[in-house]
Every structure is written in C-alpha cells, then in structure tokens.
Design a protein around this ligand. Sequence first.
Ligand SMILES: *[C@@H]1O[C@H](CO)[C@@H](O)[C@H](O)[C@H]1NC(C)=O
Ligand SMILES: *[C@@H]1O[C@H](CO)[C@@H](O)[C@H](O)[C@H]1NC(C)=O
Ligand SMILES: *[C@@H]1O[C@H](CO)[C@@H](O)[C@H](O)[C@H]1NC(C)=O
Ligand SMILES: *[C@@H]1O[C@H](CO)[C@@H](O)[C@H](O)[C@H]1NC(C)=O
Length: 369
Amino acid sequence: MSPVALMLGLKTLWVLAFSSLSNTLAVNNSGRWWGIINVASSTNLLTDSKNVQLVLDPSLQLLSRKQRKLIRQNPGILHSISSGLQSAIKECKWQFRNRRWNCPTMPGPNIFGKIVNRGCRETAFIFAITSAGVTHSVARSCSEGSIESCTCDYRRRGPGGPDWHWGGCSDNVDFGRVFGREFVDSNEKGRDLRFLMNLHNNEAGRLTVFTEMRQECKCHGMSGSCTVKTCWMRLPTFRTVGDFLKDRFDGASRVIYGNKGSNRASRVELHHLEPENPAHKPPSPHDLVYFEKSPNFCTYSGKTGTAGTAGRSCNSSSPALDGCELLCCGRGYRTRTQQVTERCNCTFHWCCHVSCLNCTNMQVLHECL
Ligand SMILES: *[C@@H]1O[C@H](CO)[C@@H](O)[C@H](O)[C@H]1NC(C)=O
Ligand SMILES: *[C@@H]1O[C@H](CO)[C@@H](O)[C@H](O)[C@H]1NC(C)=O
Ligand SMILES: *[C@@H]1O[C@H](CO)[C@@H](O)[C@H](O)[C@H]1NC(C)=O
Ligand SMILES: *[C@@H]1O[C@H](CO)[C@@H](O)[C@H](O)[C@H]1NC(C)=O
C-alpha cells in the first residue's frame, strides 16, 4: 500500500472517531471488548473476513458497532487484537505473580471480574496493559503483513546519519496507536472521573509502547566492515512494556476530578485530572492514575470480586510481598511436602533421540491458610 493510501486510511479512522462522538449513550461498557479473547480459538472465523461470520460469533456481540466496523475495515486485525490481549493477560499475571492480587482472570465475557468497575491501581494496570497489548500486536502485525490495511512504516526511508540510512521494515507503531485509540477507547464515553481515568491509562499504555521503540541496524560493506548501515525502528519486547507499566503502577498518581473550565468539544479531557494532593505534580501522560484505594485482597469477597489469598503458595524466607507473612495477611500458612517427578539425566542417542530418566524429588511447599 502506498504511503498516500496509508494516510487516507488513518484519516478515515479519525473521521470515524469524530462522527461517533454524537453517539453518547451512557452505558457502562468499559472493557467489554476484552470478551473477544474467546474468539481466538475459532480459527476459521479469524481467517474469514466475511461480515456475516463476524456478526454471528457471540463474542463479537460484545463489541460496539463502531468496533465491529473497524474490524471489517481492517481484515486480519481481529486475530492481532486477540493475540495482543493474550500477551497482555500473560504479562499481567507474570508481573503480579508474587502479590496478593495476582491478576486473576475468569471464563466468560468479563475476564478480569469486578475489579474493572473500581478505580484502583490494579484497575489502572489492567487498562494500560491491555491497551498496550493491542497497540503492540497491531504494530507488529502490520510489519509482518498480516493486516490488509497496513504495512511496515515506510516513512523512515532515505538518509539518516553520516554512515547509516533508514531502510528495512519498521514496526508500524503509529498505526497501532491510532487504531488502539479508535478501537479500545471507543467504549469509554462518559465524562466522569472513571472514564477519564480509563482513557488516561489506555493512552499511557500506548505511549509506553511508542516511547520504548528502538533503532535496530544491520551492517553492509566489505567483509562485515560496516561502512554502511541500514536502520529501522523496532518495537520493545512486551516484557519491557510490562516492566515499565509495573513501575508506573508502583508510582501511580491518585487523582480527583478537576473542574477548571469544561470544554465540551474536546475529546479527551485529560486536563480534568488533578492530583488529589495539591502538593504533588500533575500526572504526566506516562503515569498511571487511580482515584480509589485498593481493597486488601486478603480474603474472599463476592461483593468486590476478590478471591483472597487462601491456598496461595508463599515463600517462608522472604520478607517481601511474596513472603508468607505478607501474602497470607498474617493468617499463617501450612507446610506440606510434595513429590515432584522431573525428567533428568537426559542423554542424546545418535541419531536422533533423547532419553531421560524420571527423577523424583521432595519439594517443600508453603500455602496460606
Ligand atoms: C458499571 O460500573 C459500576 C461502577 O460505576 C458498577 O457498580 C456496576 O456493577 C457496573 N455494571 C456492570 C454491568 O458491570
Ligand atoms: C524465597 O525468598 C528468598 C529470600 O528473598 C529467596 O532467596 C528465594 O530464592 C525465594 N525462593 C523461591 C522459591 O522463590
Ligand atoms: C543422574 O546422574 C548423576 C551424575 O551425573 C547421578 O549422580 C545420579 O544418580 C543420576 N540419577 C539417576 C536417577 O540415575
Ligand atoms: C517417566 O514417566 C513417564 C510418565 O510420567 C513415562 O511415560 C516414562 O516411561 C517414564 N520414563 C522412565 C525412563 O521411566
């Protein structure tokens, strides 16, 4: 696709954004699109871009009309969104594996549970990481050629520096960001603190992907002399994105709804978020924001949807959050030994198979009461 066509594509997305502004149904739709995680398994649907199929899949009924339209207009993108969401969930679970809240997910359309209706740090992280997941995955899919409406970012072409030039295939993070804004943010239509918070955190996720892009180069020249280099922009690994957002989680800003001059025409009224403590700096676009204290996540509560930490395994020698004292919230823990069988003493036989022994070891486990 030519750059001009690409620009027109982006322009169409923007026009869509503004035309949908009139549609301000105040429905609580935050994060409904996460439900499409369930379409990942139906491969025939993913390869078939016929509208009829898309409409029939129950998971896709969770999407707004605008979101379904965006999927129809960008064949191949549904698979990319869904795999971005899966990376985000995996990363969330990894980043929080040692904490009381360990990013639990559940079957059904509301995969993160009731925590998404709150306004605490964990909520902020979920919105940021899933939004980053979409931007990251779509940007990569563009450069891999698996979305029909986008390509590598070819604007980085031609002279770069004295001994290198732009070339190759840059990951299309701009397309990923614009698409993410249209697709992910389109559920957030209110004007209250919760919606502002979600929009801010969605954008912080996308921004992290964008600012962690790195230049990669390849040498050319006589016998690897590197007289000329070709360079392109490469996405960060998703672990890098997760690490950054986890840092932002730890330093998240508590905000309130600021009321200086409401401008109803502007789309994202980020300037309406103010630090709760007037002595603090206003949150930057990179920061995660929240407005409500987190529950302690210690015990089961159907009301807040927290599972509690009973049964979680803990580390008896760690003074940190994964230690039994903190993880079990002072309730104590039980210790049991468990037989684990592992493959061991593997030997390679020419040619070609590997045979292993089964080794049985005893493992000591601590579990919260
Ligand atoms: C919508 O959000 C509110 C919090 O503002 C929450 O109490 C309610 O349960 C949510 N509704 C649904 C259907 O998730
Ligand atoms: C438990 O915590 C200690 C101290 O922080 C650490 O050295 C050890 O590797 C941890 N064990 C496991 C299984 O994570
Ligand atoms: C595996 O090999 C080690 C030495 O390499 C030996 O000490 C051990 O007994 C072996 N394990 C089994 C189950 O044979
Ligand atoms: C190891 O255990 C697996 C099943 O757990 C079994 O299929 C395999 O035959 C065992 N191997 C040996 C060498 O005993």
